[in-house]
Design a protein around this ligand. Sequence first.
Ligand SMILES: Cc1ncc(C[n+]2csc(CCOP(=O)(O)OP(=O)(O)O)c2C)c(N)n1
Ligand SMILES: [Mg+2]
Length: 583
Amino acid sequence: MKISGAELFIKALKAEGVKHLFGFPGGVVIPVFDALYAETEIKVILTRHEQGAVHAADGYARSTGKTGVCLVTSGPGATNTVTGIATANFDSVPIVCFTGQVSRSMIGNDAFQEADIVGITRPITKHNYLVLDRKDLGRILKEAFTIANSGRPGPVLVDLPKDVILEKGDDEYPAKVAIRGYNPVLKGHPNQIKRAVGELKKAKRPLFYVGGGIHIAGAVEIFRKAVKKTGVPVVHSLMGIGALPGDNPLALGMIGMHGTYVANMAVTYSDLLFGIGNRFDDRATGDLSKFAPEAKIVHIDQDPVSISRNVPVEVPIVGDAFQVLEQMLPLLEAPKIRDWLDQIAGWRKEHPLEVKIGQNTGSGHLRPDRVIQAICRVFPDAIIATEVGQNQMWTSQFFTFRHPRSLLTSGGLGTMGYGFPAAIGAQIANPDKRVIDIAGDGSIQMNIQELATAVQNRLPVIVAILNNGYLGMVRQWQELFFDRRYSSTCLMTGAECPPQCRGPGDHCPVYHPDFVKLAEAYGAVGLRVMNDADIEPALKQAEAIKDRPIFIDFLVEREFNVFPMVAPGAGNSEMMFSEEGES
Ligand SMILES: Cc1ncc(C[n+]2csc(CCOP(=O)(O)OP(=O)(O)O)c2C)c(N)n1
Ligand SMILES: [Mg+2]
């Protein structure tokens, strides 16, 4: 039977089990949206910006492991996806992004709304395609879904010229494709596995160091078994959060720039660092010459390119983290590490990451750490998204994550504006869970238009804005390294401000925008919290609302910093700590 390209597209989505598609229409993709018009199996979620569509597909994918799908038009629609695609690429998130393209005869003519999106996204996709022949469409669609969610997952872009969308052709959608040169290795090499097990057994100061790959591979449960069997303590990167419940005694926390003292000390003095699904990224390693100087390194990773890229690895194991751990588990033995565990307990006591009650810094504003701890008490099992900046780091420090895939955060690219649309995608994928975006007042404004998407779809996403009136993380760097010259980081600036302001004071204008009114204008609920005593009641009020998004504007202390901090260029053990009164 002959069907149009658009009809084959719908057939492919159904065959792939796609239930939700995040999109935004435009001229060349009208026929595709038309084919979706009467569809009941696939629900189209109309976002208000293409960046929102990609982040929503990303949040959908990260929270479930399923492939997120989006569809946008050519030209500006396509270019608006770039940040979302780069975000997903950096964090290995499976997405298939469909873009419309001008008709084949117009490509290269500077046609209306033409953009070379395949050229633009080549370095930020796992793979991308421009479909130039209708007879290739079925195969390309199958390849796109296969590549996105196998091996090390990532975004795949498929650019669909308008005339290919319209052209009638065969209706075949292959059940399987063999892709030349693409064969992800899943099982680890048995000899390497034996070597790794041997190193772990004889180590005196071993550490597991896990990254996002452990969630992607669905390896959290088996990893927890490995930890139980060996008694080896665990540190993680930002993306590895949730691999071990944060309150497990062997969980030392995050390493790197805003890692815990105990994790950074342990990594510095370890003699065996056993990496699983991590990248040895610079935010985690600090100065490489001072990173784990005494450690032998074992590294399990799906992507051979990640191995020995930043640090030399003694025992490389290419493979899927789940499958490798499955091979390894029966062989693992517990090393004798009593002294090491005692030393770690000592570090933990020296600088605990805890908040001292009753130490407001004087301005009467809330402490962000307490807000996050309250969110954790009221919603211990929620899926948490974050924006980027201090809000993100405080969340990693003060929310106790217990479940895999429960933190959605832009780790590699650090994309402000990611959290809210990602939370929307996660809420659609997980209607029975509570999804909370812990946001900064700067970041939330980058995709604020998605409030309309959340209201329209009756999504009870909670957005907890840690409103400090600053692009706080940049302001923190200015405070610490640029003599408090707060250049372009205050979000409250008005005509009444002194030139070259160096901090908040009586002169500050009122907050703007008014997030409560803004939420209400969209048909959401807006709450404002200014006192400690009101934090939990506001969260409980939000908990009771199930049919609308809720913005909670937490007015936090304006100049509160994230500590400990490894200054840029320093080694992980060279941490800066807070001033008096902060923890
Ligand atoms: C799209 C984008 N632009 C700029 C930055 C640089 N940046 C990192 S953190 C930050 C401040 C974020 O401010 P806010 O959202 O208020 O969070 P806070 O640090 O105050 O919690 C900025 C500007 C970024 N990460 N992403
Ligand atoms: Mg801020």
